[in-house]
Design a protein around this ligand. Structure first.
Ligand SMILES: Nc1ncnc2c1ncn2[C@@H]1O[C@H](COP(=O)(O)OP(=O)(O)OP(=O)(O)O)[C@@H](O)[C@H]1O
Ligand SMILES: [Mg+2]
Length: 482
């Protein structure tokens, strides 16, 4: 049996930078944690919470990472099941089979014999563990926050990026596009450009030029192509929503005349023939009545619980809180930004209190946290950002559909106005579905649905000109989106 963690570090394994830490206590600033740990052909990045193989990120769940980090910290010793469960699910009583699930996931990733089971006691890591080289090109530039419930998305996105030179991660405000892109590109040599502040083609070109180190007073597409053409590079165009219309000439030229690969995160696709779209949907929500360990396998609940614990370490999902938390995840459609904003309110309202206040979600779900991007300060701001990206006739139709009972059909919509053009109406509906502002289901009967959060927002908008909408005056906002 190993002694204390500190004794392990100082006497038995001085070269192991993880040995002084429990996984839940990893502090990104520690110099030791910027150094990867080699586990056979794998590299474990403690601060970035990344696992790489041959320089490429490997998809791994947060819990499996925690198990692996503790086994690596204790290598070559055995680690008891109770200690593993306490570290990986702190403050929760979980069934042992949850640990077995994570171990078998790790065996799939690392190889069948990489983890040895000692029946009745625990597990040990059966790979050579050595410190890796720090400061190489593949070190993640910024440690992305922990990614909950996205192991499958990460794996699929990495697969698409390996096959296509232009991939757009498409999804609604706050669904987690940028965080997923950070995880997908961590460890790759990439130029990361945040385009959120850019509203026109000139600023967009200047911003991209600045990111890739092109020194030009008035950068143009040709100069960027020439500059990037010399070396293979992954260009990440993050938050491209507002300049998605201005990007195609640049991206098209880069794909045709340079070795650049491009990853875009956006709510508005580029509509280039080479574009491979990855549609990012919200986090999975557990079915009502799920027992605790099973419920925690769903990303929405995992994120809500992790953030709630971040605000108060005593937060627990015990008793009736679990059912309320599942319902909260469902009501917020598993949207990560909404879940984060909700978690911040739990210390003052409780989960049940929050559920009772969801009719006021557009004002209740808000933060004053300094440094938060303006569009992510509240649920209202996030939806307003998506709304502002719509054309006026798209806005008008969307607000109109908020008044229809859900689900509504194309026929319901057409019946509201005798002279509505069906082709144009389908174009508008297509855009609203693509932007995740409406959901289309083909069964049991074809119909469109709007989420409760979107409905509250749409009903608050001033009546679009020329539409007889009869919206109740009380729903109109004093702060329309712009
Ligand atoms: N899977 C996840 N696990 C943990 N946190 C998440 C996850 N997805 C999103 N978040 C958090 O939710 C918030 C919104 O995520 P992010 O900024 O990536 O969304 P986005 O889709 O890029 O939004 P926008 O359209 O505003 O750019 C961030 O604080 C992010 O850290
Ligand atoms: Mg983003």
């Amino acid at each position: 049996m190993p002694g204390s963690l500190v004794r392990n570090y100082r006497i038995e394994m001085p070269e192991n930078p993880l040995a002084v830490l429990k996984p839940g206590l990893i502090v990104p600033e520690r110099q030791a944690l910027r150094t990867p740990l080699r586990l056979g052909s794998f590299e474990l990045w403690p601060a970035a919470r990344r696992l790489h193989q041959d320089g490429r990120p490997v998809a791994i769940t947060a819990r499996a990472f925690d198990v692996l980090a503790l086994l690596a910290a204790r290598h070559p010793d055995l680690v008891g099941k109770a200690e593993l469960m306490n570290s990986v699910w702190p403050g929760l009583v979980v069934e042992e089979n949850n640990l077995q699930v994570q171990v078998s996931l790790l065996r799939k990733i690392l190889g069948r014999d990489a983890i040895t089971t000692v029946p009745g006691f625990g597990y040990s890591l059966n790979l050579p563990v050595t410190p890796g080289a720090a400061g190489t090109e593949t070190s993640p530039p910024v440690a992305p926050g922990m990614l909950h419930g996205r192991a499958a998305d990460l794996a699929e996105l990495l697969e698409l990026m390996a096959q296509h030179r232009l991939v757009s991660v498409l999804g609604t405000s706050g669904v987690g596009k940028s965080l997923l892109a950070r995880h997908a590109t961590a460890g790759m040599v990439s130029a990361w450009t945040d385009l959120a502040p850019c509203a026109d083609a000139d600023t967009m070109l200047r911003t991209v030029a600045g990111t890739v180190g092109l020194d030009a007073d008035v950068p143009c597409v040709q100069a960027l192509v020439r500059h990037l053409g010399r070396r293979p590079c992954l260009l990440v165009l993050d938050n491209a929503d507002r300049v998605a219309g201005a990007l195609p000439p640049l991206v098209d030229a880069l794909l045709a005349r340079s070795a650049t690969r491009v990853l875009v995160t956006t709510q508005v696709r580029l509509h280039l023939p080479q574009e491979q779209v990855y549609r990012l949907t919200p986090l999975a929500v557990p079915p009502p009545g799920s027992p605790l360990p099973e419920a925690l396998q769903y990303g929405a609940l995992e994120l809500l619980a992790a953030r709630a614990r971040g605000h108060d370490h005593r937060f627990t999902l015990a008793g009736p809180v679990l059912a309320d938390a599942i319902e909260l995840c469902r009501q917020l459609d598993g949207l990560p930004l909404a879940l984060e904003l909700a978690a911040a309110r739990i210390p003052a309202l409780g989960v049940a209190g929050l559920l009772r206040r969801l009719d006021e979600r557009l004002t209740v779900l808000a933060t004053v946290h300094p440094g938060t991007q303006a569009r992510q300060c509240s649920l209202y701001d996030a939806i307003a950002w998506s709304y502002a990206l719509l054309e006026p006739d798209e806005q008008a139709l969307w607000c109109e559909t908020a008044q229809l009972p859900a689900p509504f059909s194309l026929e319901d919509l057409m019946a509201r106005q005798a002279r509505r053009d069906i082709g144009r109406t389908l174009d508008l509906l297509g855009t609203l579905v693509e932007r995740c502002l409406l959901r289309f289901d083909a069964t049991p009967a074809p119909g469109y649905t709007m989420s409760a959060s979107h409905r509250q927002f749409a009903l608050r908008q001033p009546q679009p000109r020329g539409q007889a909408l009869n919206a109740p005056a009380a729903h109109r906002s004093p702060h329309p989106a712009g």
